[in-house]
Design a protein around this ligand. Structure first.
Ligand code: ZN
Length: 343
């Protein structure tokens, strides 16, 4: 027998570039030059997010506007693909997520459950109330004040001849020495994270102390980002250190600029305050009308100012700097926002 010559034979693989994806793309959208191949699925696929803080955008690509941020294991429906992106529906909202951040549900591959017999008990899901629908709702959080106030003036409302300081410095903790702008941002950042975790889309008017954004500009920011509600986070101060508790400020039906938003703002103010006081045990000073706040008067959506407590009161001030207590504050505000959208 002759020995075979091994190891010298070159094997060439010719990769055939498939044109299937391109063929599927001859649609109106496909006529656009450089448009990535788009595929629409005949059957929707149940998928879930494989990581946390997954961004869903309004178009395929990193330039797409962020619609919402999803937690890990969020359930959604994949309806197609576009390049490396999946077209998905999440809580009724359509958007795009990078395909490598999604995985098909295991349940989708398993056979359909057998028909329910008359003897079978009803599934627990049938008797469990549906969770609050939070996905897609857009919230503006406005952490009150900033490191340096700006005493130059701006109109108190649209068309107003009354001029007020653009933004003031706020109050300060009498016991802790913490500035209000610090407390407001600290709580607001935690609130943002909690609301995102619950499925909301959140925009912050500021994420730093070193900024100059007036109260009018904060309201305009909320409008520009399509916010459905604006939640303004503040803390109170008084010359009487014995005064304590939380309150919300809301435009009245007699507000010269936004009387049409009084009802919804009242509801928002009431939901946030009652949930906040229930979660923290903070004394409830009630929902109070205010028609002189520039940051309220320029709003175009329901708005509330939460005065979380009195920084001039030793107990309130100390509590509001406590991490465990802050977790309760954040839960209370988020619960109030859930309640507002649920009713
Ligand atoms: Zn304030």
């Amino acid at each position: 027998m002759k020995k075979n010559k091994n190891g010298f034979m070159k094997k060439r693989l010719w990769v055939k570039i498939s044109s299937i994806a391109l063929a599927a793309c001859i649609t109106v959208a496909g006529l656009l030059a450089f448009s990535p191949a788009e595929r629409v699925y005949a059957d929707n696929v149940a998928v879930h997010t494989t990581g946390s803080s997954i961004r869903m955008r309004d178009s395929a690509g990193l330039n797409g506007k962020i619609l919402t941020v999803l937690p890990k294991n969020a359930s959604l429906t994949q309806t197609g693909t576009e390049g490396e992106w999946s077209k998905v529906v999440y809580n009724g909202q359509t958007g795009y997520i990078r395909s490598d951040l999604l995985a098909p549900d295991a349940a989708a591959a398993s056979p359909a459950p057998a028909a329910v017999s008359q003897e079978t008990e009803p599934a627990p899901a049938a008797t469990t109330p549906a969770p609050a629908v939070t996905g897609g709702h857009i919230i503006c959080i406005d952490p009150g004040h900033q490191r340096k106030g700006d005493s130059t003036k701006e109109p108190n409302g649209p068309g107003s001849t009354t001029m007020k300081a653009r933004v003031t410095g706020g109050t300060r903790g009498g016991t802790t020495g913490v500035y209000e702008y610090e407390l407001n941002l600290n709580v607001s950042l935690k609130l943002r994270d909690e609301l995102v975790r619950r499925g909301y889309t959140v925009y912050m008017t500021r994420e730093t102390h070193d900024i100059n954004i007036s109260n009018m500009e904060r309201a305009q920011f909320a409008t520009a980002h399509g916010a459905e509600i604006s939640v303004r986070i503040h803390a109170n101060g008084s010359t009487n250190t014995g005064v304590s508790g939380a309150l919300t400020l809301t435009p009245s039906a007699g507000n010269p600029y936004i009387p049409n938003l009084a009802g919804a703002s009242q509801k928002l103010s009431s939901c946030v305050l009652s949930s906040y006081c229930a979660a923290t045990g903070m004394k409830n000073q009630g929902v109070q009308a205010s028609d002189t706040m520039t940051g309220i008067n320029w709003c175009t959506m329901p708005v509330t100012i939460l005065e979380m407590g009195y920084m001039t009161n030793p107990a309130d001030d100390t509590n509001m700097e406590n991490a465990d207590y802050q977790a309760k504050m954040v839960k209370g505000i988020a619960d109030g926002i859930d309640a507002y959208f649920a009713s």
